[in-house]
Design a protein around this ligand. Structure first.
Ligand SMILES: *Cc1c(COP(=O)(O)O)cnc(C)c1O
Length: 364
């Protein structure tokens, strides 16, 4: 069975990938202790920092074979120490998850969790930071469950003022919505291969200040596979990963990064914005409304209110029949919204086709 291009995956991950990325994953047989793997990993490292505009002497990148959550768990258990005070910010499912994972490992975790899809209360956050010492603030850049961007730069400025480090989960925003780690004062950031980079899932990706990786090496060891100190050490000394990596995904990741560099980072962001504008215009033309059109929305995912009288299941099945995958809302948004992603190898004509399919389904 040919699983490629069966459906247009317009859901918040996984995403469709380009032919070049698909082809890169075939006929790969190399050893991860051999020099060709080190050459590959070093090229990935260089391409990654290049795309993000980060200096190699200050920042480092590691790739973990696992989903996006593996990268988050690696940060929460190995960059952050058990004695660190963590302030977890959330306005939706994924921010809450960071808090939930942190509480398992870090007893001094304070949760500032607001109602879903409410703008982050910066005054309340500053009050917490002013009242007590906080080592780390955790937040998501794009809260995928609502489709809203969080004010990372503003939180970063508060972190700078009160001497806290900032960890940002940019799993669903990386390459869809720009984030300048240096300007926003972000110490460490995670993402996944399977979202806006335009790759298949399977790699948890971490980029952060070398100082954070070096500090991780001084903390008591709390895990083995997800230790960022071990990943950093193996890369620094050998250009390798500590354990057997998903080698073919590394080859495909590098292909995805090369494509971004060939297109130009700015052009990629502009295309993301153009795609989402076309989608939202088309939805508007059909009388479909976004969840909170006045909030700061991502270029990755659109949360659309279900029209009255239409159950999500009927919409999902109708679109699937027509070759499109969309997702339901989660938590309090279940039954209220559906979500459309414009990440990955989605073109303007895919958006037009999806709009036509939605029109077809809702008019039946
Ligand atoms: C998708 C996603 C994750 C990670 O999900 P995995 O299934 O582990 O890849 C984490 N955070 C956000 C914001 C996400 O959108």
């Amino acid at each position: 069975m040919d699983y490629a291009k069966q459906y247009r995956l317009m859901c918040p991950g996984p995403v469709n990938v380009s032919e070049r990325v698909l082809n890169a994953m075939t006929r790969v047989e190399i050893g991860h202790r051999e020099e060709e793997f080190s050459v590959l990993l070093r090229e990935i490292h260089r391409n990654w920092l290049n795309i993000m505009g980060l200096p190699e002497d200050k920042y480092a990148f590691v790739a973990i074979s696992g989903s996006g959550s593996s990268a988050n768990e690696a940060v929460l258990t190995s960059a952050i120490g058990a004695d660190d005070v963590v302030l977890s910010l959330a306005t939706g499912e994924f921010g809450r998850r960071l808090g939930d994972i942190s509480k398992i490992y870090n007893p001094h975790t304070i949760c500032h969790h607001q109602d879903w899809a409410t703008p982050l209360d910066l005054h309340a956050i500053e009050a917490i930071l002013a009242a007590q010492h906080v080592d780390w603030v955790t937040m998501v850049h794009h809260e995928t469950s609502t489709g809203e961007l969080q004010p990372v730069e503003k939180v970063g400025a508060l972190c700078a003022k009160y001497g806290a480090r900032l960890f940002v989960d940019a799993v669903s925003s990386f390459m869809a919505d720009p984030l300048d780690l240096q300007r926003a004062n972000v110490s460490i950031m995670t993402t996944s291969s399977g979202k806006a980079i335009g790759m298949t899932p399977g790699l948890g990706l971490v980029v952060g200040e070398r100082a954070v990786f070096e500090r991780a090496a001084t903390l008591p060891v709390r895990n083995y596979y997800l230790s960022l100190a071990r990943h950093y050490d193996f890369y620094q000394r050998l250009g390798q990963t500590p354990n057997t990596p998903a080698i073919l995904l590394f080859v495909a990741l590098n292909e995805a990064l090369r494509i971004i560099l060939e297109e130009g980072v700015e052009n990629r962001f502009a295309f993301q914005a153009a795609k989402v504008a076309r989608l939202r215009e088309g939805l508007d033309g059909m009388g479909l409304h976004l969840l909170h059109p006045d909030h700061v929305l991502s270029n990755a995912v659109s949360s659309v209110l279900l029209p009255t009288g239409l159950e999500f299941e009927a919409l999902r099945a109708g679109l699937r029949e027509r070759g499109f995958i969309v997702y339901s809302g989660k938590g309090p948004l279940k039954g209220k919204i559906f979500q459309i992603s414009t990440m990955g190898a989605v073109d303007m004509y895919d958006i037009d086709d999806l709009l036509a399919a939605i029109h077809d389904v809702i008019s039946k």
